[in-house]
Design a protein around this ligand. Sequence first.
Ligand SMILES: C[S@@+](CC[C@H](N)C(=O)[O-])C[C@H]1O[C@@H](n2cnc3c(N)ncnc32)[C@H](O)[C@@H]1O
Length: 466
Amino acid sequence: MSKLRKGDNVELEIESLAFGGQGVAKFNDQVIFVRGGIPGQIVNSVITRKKKSYLEGLALEVLTESPNYIKPPCNHFKYCGGCVHQNLEYAEQLNQKQIQIENIFSRMGGYKDVKINQIIGCENIWNYRNKMEFTFSSTIWYENSTSPNLPLALGLHIPKRFDKILDISECHIQDHECNVILNEAKSLAIELGMTTWDVRKHVGFLRNFVIRKGYITNEIMVNIVTSSFDEDKLIPIVQVLAGRFPNIKSIINNVTSRHAGTTQGQSEHILYGESVIHEKLGDFTFEISANSFFQTNTIQAEKLYELIKQECNLTGNEIVYDLFCGTGSISIFISENAKHVYGFELVPSAIKDAEQNARINNIKNCSFFGGDLMDVFKTNDELAKLPKPEVMVIDPPRSGMHPKTVQQVLEQSPNRIVYVSCNPSTQVRDIKFFTEDSYEIKSVKPVDMFPHTPHVENIVTLEKIN
Ligand SMILES: C[S@@+](CC[C@H](N)C(=O)[O-])C[C@H]1O[C@@H](n2cnc3c(N)ncnc32)[C@H](O)[C@@H]1O
């Protein structure tokens, strides 16, 4: 066999992990991205797809185990799309993420001489997430179900299937108490004979179950996402959860009949307690509402924010713009070193949270503005009157920055840009525009926020060329 084709079975040695988490192997000149393979393994695999410049494959059987293999603690590991690298030693996970960033910068970005700092790993590599989103479904992935014959599942999607849910009884990256709540909610839904949302027929009631727990504060928010508002149906669940778990401070019902899978409701109702819970980062307390973004790994977020603060290199006299500011957590964290921080964000509830967060922390030098960063500087006249920024922190979603946003940053012309991203490939794509002729890269500092998953956070600092 000189060239591989779709359907071929082939023995492959996995050399590394690609960005996105697949194993990378070579066969003659062909590159194969192998799902389920970790570096050091020799696997029997099947080729599942042929693309112009590479192939995709699936590891069927491990013939020789990796020296960095460890037994995954999770029962759901084989099928769950969550922590795909639980079977790889954490030190090697970090090593692979480091290599990925180096490759993205040198190959995709063409930045051959840029030094990538050593990735900062997590001390707590289990039970670190302060938020998990689970899905209700009656189309259950049974192959590995620990509890077959359930009328409904509450769990996570298996990879590449929007319609099949793997029932989860214990998720090792969320808090222990959240696992107990998850199982209780599932039992109650079954006991009460509730229906689940059918993603094909668009009927049924229960859609998602989102649990947030402040890592520092222990306050819990449960957000039950349903397709219509029917408080009477949810009251029995609310009563049991609120009665049994005193840490639950808030039970919210987001309602959406949209066909797309989203936990963001068209309307939101408070079923129990407060509309927000609190979490702490450093000395600061943050209020978080159901639909606002908040960093999911509290302990590592603190390290990330300390680094962002260092990279901003503030003296107390600077105007800082915090683009994609969410609930204002970065703005507030760096505010003591700035003259004034202006935060900009799309989601109105996040802006409300940001303003409230500044108030409860007694921060006077932060202001927040709502709007789409694609055009907010052009459409909101108020913003034209703001003082120009010396420093900009930019922390966009995975998709990165819209070209129009890049253009507006270039027009604002800050001396320093601290670009934080959970997707280094869109980050490099955007940075190329900045380094074309106006900025140069001062530092690249990866931070691992999500052990056992393919995700990696990266901070790039750019300085204006005079
Ligand atoms: C990765 S989060 C960063 C949040 C914040 N910096 C933090 O550390 O908590 C990205 C944020 O960008 C916001 N966002 C997404 N698209 C946007 C847009 N077009 N304009 C403004 N904000 C947007 C999201 O709502 C989200 O809060």
